[in-house]
Design a protein around this ligand. Structure first.
Ligand code: 13P
Length: 258
């Protein structure tokens, strides 16, 4: 983390877990144990049907609610899809874009790019995901792969909007496996992502953008990962489903790092 230049963000990704009633219960529990005073930005990205319950419960808090996906079109004949305008109207502040689980369902870099642009246009904070497979890591092409995902995902994002984008590095082999990247491995890639942003934009913008790590981050390993200079937060799956664990990760992000 580097709190001087950029925001620390702890974001949960619930994936396809919890019902609206369970959401209400979780949020009410979370409110009672949330650290008081100043803390990092906190987001919870929940299933679409849970957004109203989450927004209602967290209305008087600083926890931002987000979606896990969006459609890049403003409206129209896209059965089952949800536009960024609908998310904003429902009270969302964030939207996860290009998670590897969605890419595995066929989402392309061009789709990711269109969604990032639509999210920014609507005033949402896109949490744009990137990450390599185990085969790609073993083949030694992690840096090139990630650089390509970042370049394609950010195509057409203007100089004045880039700082609103949050990037999440999630190595596919670390997601839901309990096999976390080491702090050094995660730092190396996050540093590379910042270098790509520097080349595409400027040093100032690269210094200001928040880059998160995701992949089996939990209350035990969070502090060490967040102590790395280029890891500005976490995108947390499993551990974001349990209020106590999620709060411990927020507390780890609030600790002094030096
Ligand atoms: P886990 O924390 O469950 O490994 O999931 C990470 C993730 O995919 C967050 O988007």
């Amino acid at each position: 983390m580097n709190r001087k230049y950029r925001k620390t963000v702890i974001a949960g990704n619930w994936k396809m877990n919890k019902t609206p009633s369970e959401t209400k219960e979780f949020m009410n529990q979370l409110k009672t144990i949330m650290p008081k005073g100043r803390w990092c930005d906190v987001a919870l990205c929940v299933p679409a049907v849970c957004i109203p319950a989450a927004v209602r419960a967290m209305r008087d808090t600083r926890v931002g609610i987000g979606a896990e996906n969006c459609n890049a079109n403003a409206s129209g004949a896209y059965t089952g899809e949800i536009s960024t305008g609908m998310l904003v109207d429902a009270g969302c502040k964030y939207v996860i874009i290009g998670h590897s689980e969605r890419r595995a369902m066929g989402e392309t870099d061009a789709d990711v790019n269109a969604k990032v642009l639509a999210a920014l246009e609507a005033g949402l904070t896109p949490i744009m995901c990137c990450g390599e497979s185990l085969e790609q890591r073993e083949a030694g092409i992690t840096d090139e792969w990630i650089a390509m995902q970042i370049k394609l995902g950010l195509a057409g994002v203007s100089e004045d909007k880039i700082r609103k984008v949050v990037i999440a590095y999630e190595p596919i082999w670390a997601i839901g496996t309990g096999r976390t990247a080491t702090p050094e491995q995660a730092e190396e890639v996050c540093e590379n992502i910042r270098a790509v942003v520097r080349k595409l934009y400027s040093s100032k913008n690269a210094r200001a953008i928040s880059i998160l790590y995701g992949g089996s981050m939990n209350e035990k390993n969070a502090f060490e990962l967040l102590a790395q200079p280029d890891i500005d937060g976490g995108l947390i799956g499993g551990a974001s489903l349990v209020p106590e664990k999620f709060v411990q990760i927020i507390e780890a992000a609030n600790q002094p790092t030096v």
